[in-house]
Design a protein around this ligand. Structure first.
Ligand code: FES
Length: 130
């Protein structure tokens, strides 16, 4: 009798831990379905999206990778644009150029763009704004 109760208690404990696991693994992560941004379904596509009151530039780098950056140029705060043919982010105001990691390739900007951790998982973009 007591062993049956123990088994139920253990089962209940395991179920509770398993139910909370995805939440723990996803702590601080955001998910965006590719269906929300058609342009990101193709390699070379990009989209400027507002997420959690923050403007973000998403760039589909390859079949299995995506970049998420703060598009605010570090020179004088214009919004950079993705140029697929150059695989670079270029500021329309004074020409600062950044690579897809946000590093400055050409000034006048001196500081990199803020880049966020991001990955593709099935048809979702999983990223963090930390
Ligand atoms: S604001 Fe971007 S280069 Fe000046």
């Amino acid at each position: 009798m007591s062993s049956r109760r123990d088994v139920l208690r253990i089962f209940s404990l395991c179920a509770g831990v398993l139910a909370g696991l995805p939440r723990l693994l996803q702590a601080g992560k955001l998910a965006l379905g590719l269906d929300k941004a058609e342009k990101l379904k193709k390699v070379g596509g990009s989209a400027l999206l507002k997420i959690k009151e923050r403007e973000l530039l998403f760039v589909r780098e390859s079949e299995d990778s995506i970049r998420v950056l703060d598009p605010t140029c570090t020179h004088k705060k214009c919004t950079v644009e993705y140029h697929a043919e150059a695989k670079a982010l270029i500021c329309p105001c004074h020409g600062s150029t950044y690579d897809l990691e946000g590093k400055v390739l050409k000034g006048p900007a001196e500081k990199p763009l803020k880049a966020f951790e991001a990955k593709l998982s099935d048809d979702k973009i999983i990223f963090s704004l930390d």
